[in-house]
Design a protein around this ligand. Structure first.
Ligand code: GDP
Ligand code: MG
Length: 725
């Protein structure tokens, strides 16, 4: 028996749940590619259902079928040219009006259409009741309610689709959008003028051709001329005449009038089929919004919330941070006692525990920050924040929506980059991804705290604040430049939706927080662990060092002299001798270990790259730290500690060592560089994954490095000029 095969296309607005329904129909049997000739995602899959093979195609999400964007053209051409057996038009039932605009246009194509009113659950929640039967009668097509993410209604949807596909006579289905009498008249006049051969050649239905010609659709005009030659010219002329007639009647462009009429039609449908039980919650939300999105109050309140978020993150986070820190030193102390001396012990304690431990202490900060962000999201405040930021974001050429990933970037760039998935336009996504790394993530903060604390004391807070500001400025400049060059384009107009405020549920807050923090933990277990091992190895090997001075002999001599002095000394000077002995001994030991580090592979690497950083006043130790910072920014500090041979028991050791080899200016330059250059390997991988190409990942690395270098250079030179050194 020959297998019957139907092609079913899924059309709908972005975010109406097309992909969700597509996935739930096809399961794992799907192919993802691009539409021929354009890079718009093409998803195809097939499934067996009641003896039929169904080929499902997920069309690009669009709001209309006017040929203004590639997505719209792709969707339209597919429906017309490939002639699928059935088009399932997926609605966001909670936003019927917006969905209906596309639906009326698809209806006009006179193909077999079926409406899936998805997100029924949300519609219900918002107190929206839709009379599906009436809608089905009004437009004369099947209507099915679905909840895509819970798999509800999908079976019925497929059954109805098969039924529709099997139906031979579609004339009964012809009930399209009706225009007012005058316009219908023009459509009919033009339709009659269109030659059968022309419409057959192009493959479009006559009525639809007529409507599009009256709307002055350039693509259709070209096709008609190409197909019809002289007849085609005649048709175009007739279309011009029809347009003129409409203009004289309405004193406005035909396309505007047709759009108005469609909206009028939609408004009519909505009145017929939708009843909203206006819930109290909406009113409460409106009242809250009177304050929170107020022209004058909104912004200060927003700034206060952000300030409070960081305040809580860092003050509250300081306690568990201390606990984890003590746990790490306890652990390394314990390991130090149970493992005998040797290379393995060094690797475990100086490499792994201290490396991963220096990052683990930031886990509380990350958790708290992401908890706050989840709180903003779940209550509905995030949408308001995006709304408030919209105007400012437009300066960069982005929407308020892009602000959310950028805000998350202050926590960790990796989940921030992933959060760009909520943006509809690919260009917006890439642009947001490219500027997110300039948001100073919490991994950079310890570097700032230590360097600023050492060199700027009481001004440390101001310096750190300036750095954050510099990052944001760079993001704005980058956004503007790229919007004008690489990622040119209008930001597609978009209505910002303000969902009602909701009481957050603890469970979902925790889940949201955890989802994002997981990525941070993964980074700790993976990249940072490996990075610590690599850096420890590079700083330990080669094991044998040829010293410029025989330190061992010196140490022996000191010990001998000490013993002799002690023997002959009187009681009063014993104390002084002991002190002097200690000083001499540490001096020799320190000099020895510094010479040891300087001969390590790590320092050779640093010295090799040092010329690159010399113009910006960073010496080889700084260079090594920056190289290691590519693994993860937190590693910068642990590398510096390794390089200066700082032992854990002396609290100010690192500060003292830093002061010996750096000036406030070079410390500041180092911070600027750390702020601006590529965040870490994990972020680079995330960029590659989210943009779908390693080209952008590489580009981001190169670009941020360039920006970091140039900015550091400028800062350094200005600093020198102003007399700081
Ligand atoms: P697309 O842009 O049309 O492909 O939309 P997606 O399939 O990506 O869905 C957008 C979001 O809506 C996802 O987070 C889905 O999990 C969610 N979603 C899809 N269908 C439903 C539904 O029926 N109810 C609810 N509450 N959420 C849904
Ligand atoms: Mg999709």
């Amino acid at each position: 028996m020959e297998e019957k095969c139907f092609t079913i296309a899924l059309a709908g607005n972005p975010n109406s749940g097309k992909t969700t329904i597509f996935n739930s129909i096809t399961g794992t049997r799907q192919k993802v590619g691009n539409w021929p000739g354009v890079t718009v995602e093409k998803k195809e899959g097939s499934v067996q259902k009641s003896g039929y093979k169904l080929n499902i195609v997920d069309l690009p999400g669009t709001y209309s079928l006017t040929p203004f964007s590639i997505e719209e053209i792709v969707a339209r051409d597919f429906v017309i040219e490939q002639n699928p057996d059935v088009v399932i038009n997926i609605f966001d039932a909670s936003n019927l009006e917006r969905s209906l605009y596309l639906a009326t246009q698809i209806r006009e194509l006179d193909c077999k259409v079926l409406f899936a009113l998805n997100m029924e659950d949300i519609a219900k929640q918002r107190g929206i009741k839709i009379d599906g039967k009436k809608l089905s009668r009004l437009l004369n097509l099947p209507v099915v309610f679905t909840v895509g993410n819970k798999n509800q209604g999908i079976d019925t949807l497929l059954e109805k689709a098969i039924l529709l596909a099997k139906q031979k006579d579609i004339s009964v289905l012809e009930r399209r959008v009706k225009y007012s009498k005058d316009i219908e008249q023009q459509i009919t006049t033009l339709k009659n003028q269109i030659d059968d051969t022309v419409s057959e050649l192009i493959g479009y239905k006559k009525r639809w051709l007529a409507i599009k010609l009256i709307e002055n659709d350039e693509m259709i005009k070209k096709k008609v001329i190409k197909a019809g030659q002289i007849v085609g010219q005649d048709i175009i002329e007739q279309a011009g005449a029809c347009r003129k007639r409409i203009v004289t009647l309405y004193n406005d462009d035909p396309e505007i009038i047709m759009t108005d009429e469609r909206y009028g039609f939609i408004a009519g449908i909505i009145k017929e089929v939708v009843t909203t039980s206006r819930q109290q919650r909406v009113d409460i939300s409106r009242n809250i919004d009177l304050v929170l999105t107020n022209k004058f109050l909104g912004f200060p309140v927003f700034i206060f919330f952000i300030w409070a978020m960081f305040q809580i993150t860092f003050t509250l986070g300081a306690y568990p941070m201390d606990w984890i820190g003590s746990c790490v030193s306890l652990l390394s102390g314990f390991m130090g006692q149970i493992i005998s001396d040797g290379l393995f012990k060094d690797l475990l304690i100086d490499g792994i525990i201290s490396g991963v431990g220096s990052v683990a202490v930031f886990l509380p900060n990350i958790l708290i920050l992401f908890f706050c962000i989840a709180l903003f999201e779940d209550t509905g405040y995030m949408a308001r924040a995006a709304f408030l930021m919209d105007r400012i974001m437009h300066v960069i050429g982005l929407h308020g929506k892009s602000f959310i990933p950028m805000l998350m970037g202050f926590g960790c760039n990796v989940p921030a980059i992933m959060a760009t998935r909520t943006l509809e336009s690919k260009k917006d996504r890439i642009l947001t991804i490219l500027i997110t790394p300039f948001m100073s993530c919490s991994a950079r903060l310890p570097v700032f705290i230590i360097l600023a604390g050492t060199f700027f004391h009481t001004q440390a807070g101001t310096v750190i604040f300036l750095l954050y500001l510099l990052g944001i400025t760079m993001a704005i400049i980058t956004g503007r430049i790229f919007r004008m060059t690489l990622l040119k384009g209008e930001d597609a107009p978009f209505v910002m939706e303000l969902p009602p405020y909701r009481m957050p549920m603890l469970k979902s807050l925790v889940i949201h927080m955890w989802d994002r923090s997981k990525m941070f933990l993964k980074k700790m277990g993976g990249v940072i662990l490996i990075g610590s091992i690599v850096i420890w190895s590079l700083s330990t090997f080669p094991l044998k060092t040829i010293y410029s001075i025989d330190y061992d002999k010196n140490i022996k001599d000191i010990k001998k002299t000490y013993a002799k002095q002690l023997n002959t000394a009187d009681k009063a000077s014993v104390k002084i001798i002991k002190q002097q002995y200690k000083i001499d001994l540490t001096e020799q030991e320190n000099a020895k270990s510094i010479e040891k580090t300087e001969s390590s592979y790590l320092s050779r690497l640093g010295k090799f790259f040092a010329p690159l950083f010399e113009p910006i006043g960073i010496k080889w130790r700084g260079t090594v730290a920056l190289i290691s910072g590519f693994v993860a920014k937190e590693v910068v500090i642990s590398t510096i500690s390794i390089l200066y041979n700082v032992s854990g028991d002396e609290p100010d050791a690192l500060s003292k060592a830093l002061k010996l080899s750096m000036t406030p200016l070079s410390a500041f330059v180092l911070m600027v560089f750390v702020l601006l250059y590529v965040p870490c390997i994990a972020a680079v991988v995330a960029i590659g994954k989210e943009t779908g190409s390693y080209y952008w990942a590489f580009f981001s690395v190169a670009y941020t490095f360039f920006v970091a270098w140039v900015t550091s250079f400028v800062v350094y030179r200005i600093g020198l000029f102003a007399g700081y050194c």
